[in-house]
Design a protein around this ligand. Structure first.
Ligand code: G6P
Length: 429
């Protein structure tokens, strides 16, 4: 994208990079050339003929690109999550029902789908893993989840009744964009779930659903992840209703649960000092394992990534039942194991996997919902989050793990917002 203002022009791969300087941008397409001079940009096709591109005005608040009194963008963005989730949800709910007409997804389309493939990178892939459990459980529709960098080189058969959902904050990630193009070539129907308006993935997909997280500056995503998650939950509810997998009453109940999530996130944020204290205890830890089953595994994946990418502490997320097939040999005295225990039917199973680690010397943290006090008999430190419908708990349970990663990075004196070797928008393969 190319931005202009009086006397200057800017070239960037993503809007937040230049938001401080200008809000007037052009999105340049494939096989087009931009000639940039101070304050002036001209566009040409490959024959050298001039083409007119529309000037887009970015409506994001410039305050979004300021720290607003917070020490880091990441902490600010963690605190913006109730707003990001509420705005995204409000854009998808009309008269008490999930309404996806903004993305052009009619009920007929939702009924005609036979399979969903979700394709993404990084945290957006973790959203896909979580959404897979929710959609399969609520709507009874088969879902597969693929890393975009793998999907693009595989030959996965698709047809118009396959909905390929590409989730991307920036809408510019090279592998996700390539995956979208491959999906279209294979004849699938495509939906982009994107945060940056007018980005390439948003423009090229058949349908686009925008998350309303606003610009995200910190490299480690938080509010965009949460906005993606709530959008996918809303989609799951609509799919379930129109496909007859849930009743109107159940649907209303689920929507009420979704609408309560922003306030529940705010309640978790009020407890942040406990996480700050715990992070000071683990600041010199060498290895952290995040374990869980089902949705708790999806939460573990994101919690582990938040920890390792900004604290540089080695961390892995493991499906709790899989540990015994090799990884448990890495557990030694004082290895930190964080068990995510939000799913009632899986609680005892994961807890027993945590105890297997404890008997080999591990130090345990449990993350569970209010009321599950028995967990304190087994673990060294417990974090409670408010109860919600179990399908939607990732939105609430991820917040303490974001805070834990954040404070650990701060306590280690690291560059929280710009961790080494990482980029916000990954526009290379
Ligand atoms: C980078 C970012 C991650 C993000 C991933 C996918 O690695 O650091 O936070 O999850 O790209 O980005 P996207 O813009 O496609 O969501």
């Amino acid at each position: 994208m190319i931005g202009t203002t009086e006397g200057s022009s800017f070239l960037a791969s993503d809007v937040p990079a230049i938001l401080k300087f200008t809000r007037q941008v052009y999105y340049i397409d494939n096989l087009q050339v931009g000639r940039i001079r101070p304050g002036e940009v001209l566009f040409y096709d490959l024959n050298g003929d001039e083409v007119q591109l529309p000037l887009t005005e970015i409506t994001w608040d410039t305050a979004a690109a300021e720290k607003d009194g917070y020490e880091h963008f990441m902490l600010k963005e963690i605190h913006e999550q109730p707003r990001a989730v509420r705005d995204t949800l409000n854009s998808l709910i009309r008269d008490g029902a999930v309404d996806l007409s903004g993305a052009g997804l009619t009920d007929d389309i939702l009924r005609s789908i036979r399979r969903i493939d979700m394709v993404a990178c990084g945290s957006a892939w973790h959203v896909s893993v979580a959404a897979q459990y929710v959609i399969e459980d609520l709507a009874g529709l088969p879902v597969r989840v693929e890393l975009a960098s793998e999907y693009r080189y595989r030959r996965i058969p698709s047809s118009p009744d396959t909905l390929v959902i590409v989730i991307s904050q920036s809408g510019e990630t090279a592998d996700s964009l390539a995956a979208l193009r491959v999906a279209k070539e294979r004849g699938a129907l495509t939906l982009a779930v994107v945060n940056v308006i007018g980005s390439t993935i948003a423009r090229e997909a058949d349908h686009t659903l925008y998350t309303l997280a606003g610009p995200e500056i910190a490299v480690a995503t938080t509010k965009a992840y949460s906005a993606q998650l709530i959008a996918m939950d809303a989609l799951a509810v609509r799919l379930a209703l129109v496909r007859g997998a849930i009743t109107e009453e159940k649907c209303a109940e689920l929507i009420t649960a979704l609408q309560a999530i922003p306030d529940q996130i705010s309640r978790v944020l009020e407890e942040k000092q406990r996480l700050q204290w715990f992070s000071s205890k683990i600041v010199n830890t060498h290895d952290i394992f995040f374990i869980g089953r089902g949705l708790d595994y999806a939460i573990s994946l994101e919690g582990s990534l938040k920890m390792k990418e900004i604290s540089y502490i080695h961390s892995e997320a493991y499906a709790a039942g899989e540990l015994k097939h090799g990884t448990i040999s890495l557990i030694e005295h004082n290895t930190l194991v964080i068990g995510v225990l939000t799913q009632g039917s899986l609680f005892e199973k994961t807890l027993s996997n945590m105890l297997e680690c404890k008997s080999r010397g591990a130090y345990l943290m449990g993350l569970t919902t209010n009321g599950n006090f028995s967990v304190e008999d087994s673990v060294n430190f417990t974090v409670y989050v408010p109860k919600t419908d179990e399908h939607f708990i990732a939105s609430v349970a991820i917040v303490p793990l974001q805070l834990l990663g954040y404070y650990t990075s701060v306590n280690r004196g690291l560059d929280v917002d710009k961790p080494r070797n990482l980029a916000k928008s990954v526009t290379v393969e």
